[in-house]
Design a protein. Structure first.
Length: 283
């Protein structure tokens, strides 16, 4: 059984498209767990309709697929929502099951998860990161390589046929065994939205759990836009600072905790200052 874990909030069209693509990306038994943070756009209703239609269809009707929607508070962002989903899967999944962490804005290619599954088993690794690209074919997320032992500097690893090890990863698409998830534990509860996936990957590496990248792109997922974010140099300084401190920005508390935990106090102090330097100098 493959347990697909995601968290959603008011992105009905994207979530439904992701859901439909998952049905074609994997041909085996599958349970999709969606942690919904109080969507008011009918996300849950539409997902249930999609599941009903899938069960009635000739293509998917004979398959063992199910949908479980869990509800949580409106102020729950990605990291906390995924923690809820992972806790649920850890409790209900059975030995030998696999776990797939996904973002609900990924549109998967046909058979892409089947290919990931074969790759994980072929190389006998704990996890495989699915690389994703934009509509124009440029890589947006995937496996990540660290560039320094002392500073939080990273680069995304392009997909390749070779089993290239990942130091960490984006969780837009991560396939791992249930055993791996239990060994590595849940996402760190100190993060609100982002950084939890990078932290999770770095923990995997410290524990000796091998992670490799996919051989090709598993689907499309657009990068988060810089425009109108805290990184937008066209915005006024005060507005950039305010956006930085939102859960979807680079909140000082979460960022300091991440760097201190993985790189030490001195690096945390340095990295805590540099975002404000960028803002002041319009970078």
């Amino acid at each position: 059984m493959l347990w697909v874990l995601m968290t959603t909030y008011n992105r009905r069209e994207q979530t439904v498209e992701c859901f439909k693509s998952l049905l074609g990306a994997y041909k085996g038994s599958m349970t999709i767990v969606d942690v919904d943070a109080g969507s008011i756009d009918g996300t849950g209703i539409y997902l249930r309709k999609c599941m009903e239609n899938a069960k009635k269809s000739r293509r998917y009707g004979s398959r063992d697929i199910s949908l479980r929607i869990l509800h949580c508070k409106k102020n729950v962002y990605w990291n906390q929502g995924m923690r809820y989903a992972m806790s649920y899967a850890a409790k209900h999944a059975k030995p030998g099951d696999d776990i797939l962490l996904v973002n609900d804005d990924v549109v998967f290619y046909e058979d892409s998860i089947d290919t990931l599954m074969k790759r994980r088993k072929r190389y006998r690794v704990a996890a495989v990161v699915g690389a994703v690209c934009s509509e124009n074919g440029e890589q947006t997320y995937g496996g990540v390589r660290t560039l320094s032992k002392f500073f939080a500097k990273f680069e995304v690893i392009p997909p390749t046929n070779k089993p290239v090890p990942c130091d960490t990863f984006n969780c837009n698409c991560l396939l791992m065994s249930l055993e791996c998830m239990k060994k590595n534990g849940n996402l760190d509860g100190n993060y609100t939205h982002s950084m939890g996936d990078y932290d999770y990957g770095l923990r995997m590496k410290r524990k000796g759990l091998k992670v490799i990248s996919s051989a090709g792109y598993v689907g499309t997922c657009e990068a988060n836009p810089i425009e109108d974010s805290w990184q937008d140099p066209e915005l006024p300084i005060f507005e950039r600072v305010m956006k930085k401190e939102t859960p979807k920005g680079l909140p000082a508390k979460d960022w300091y905790y991440f760097v201190k935990k993985n790189y030490g106090v001195l690096s945390a102090i340095y990295h805590s200052v540099t975002p404000y330097v960028r803002i002041v100098f319009g970078i």
